[in-house]
Design a protein around this ligand. Structure first.
Ligand code: GUN
Length: 285
């Protein structure tokens, strides 16, 4: 039997609708949530992602500020921009779109974000709180993955979860969130031996390695939940994920599509975090 499709489209729309309702209430009280996005250079993918964030803000009634800096911006200049946003009481959430130009130390820029405005959940404080299980701003993509699994009713507690990829943005935080849900978690990466067999034992498989159609049907346990975080261009030039969707769909119990899957959830969770940051900064949460 073909897998149940976990649509990011439907769930992201529901989440944004509830954010919009809360934003309307806040705005009526004279509080307008605001997200500032810093974009350095002209990476086309980054420009597309940033446009998506601005569109979501508009849909949710959140004010968005875009600070577009030249690709040659220096570390000192970029830090100054971050510090200005950090000090601006009207800005509730802020982020620097990654990747930053080569001359910039990403971690120094991220560390300039006050934890209360860290809507990406990338600062050392947010990452540390996630690690030790304290309440914190959760990274948007992993939070979206968990929301999709719960929405679809995938059993998590006690199940084997395998995360493909160990990035700070997705793989590592996703593994911690799955652990929090009482999964038994394995993280695989480019040096993992016997990756295929490890994947084939997973009840939940999260693919975040950035290789088009890397996960094939023989790597999937029958009935497993397969969440595809990848956004790649296939050989045909079409957008595709890290999972060979057509083949895996025949074997999995649940599968998320690309496009229309995790990407939309990442964007929706950014809206959730921006609203949360605004409420916290106004003593409302
Ligand atoms: N680049 C790719 N994904 C992300 C993200 O979620 N946040 C930021 N700031 N940059 C990214």
């Amino acid at each position: 039997m073909a897998a149940q499709i976990i649509s990011g489209k439907v769930l992201a729309a529901q989440i944004k609708e509830s954010v919009r309702a809360e934003v309307n209430t806040l705005t009526a009280q004279g509080i307008r949530p605001c997200l500032a996005v810093v974009l350095a250079g002209d990476n086309p993918a980054s420009a597309t992602y940033v446009r998506g964030k601005q569109k979501d803000c508009a849909e949710c009634g959140i004010e968005s500020k875009l600070l577009h800096l030249p690709a040659e911006v220096t570390q000192t200049e970029l830090l100054r921009v971050m510090e200005t946003l950090a000090d601006n009481k009207d800005v509730h959430g802020m982020l620097a779109q990654l990747p930053l130009p080569a001359q910039i130390d990403d971690q120094k820029i991220i560390a300039a974000i006050p934890p209360e405005k860290d809507v990406d959940g990338f600062t050392p404080v947010s990452a540390g709180k996630l690690l030790i299980g304290e309440e914190s701003m959760l990274p948007c993509t992993p939070a979206g993955v968990i929301a999709m699994l719960k929405y679809a009713g995938v059993p998590l507690a006690g199940k084997r979860a395998v995360v493909l990829g160990r990035s700070n943005i997705v793989g590592k935080p996703a593994s911690l969130l799955l652990l929090r849900e009482n999964c038994t978690v394995t993280v695989c990466h480019s040096k993992t031996q016997g990756l295929q067999d490890i994947c084939a034992e997973a009840d939940i498989l999260v693919a975040a390695i950035g290789k088009a159609k890397f996960v094939t049907a023989d790597m999937v346990k029958p009935g497993a939940a397969v969440i595809d975080v990848g956004i790649n261009r296939g050989e045909d030039g079409k957008l595709c994920g890290d999972v060979d969707f057509d083949a895996v769909q025949q074997k999995a119990g649940w599968i998320s599509p690309v496009p229309g899957g995790v990407g939309l959830m990442t964007r929706a969770m950014l809206m959730v975090n921006t609203l949360k940051a605004c409420k916290q900064q106004n003593g409302l949460a």
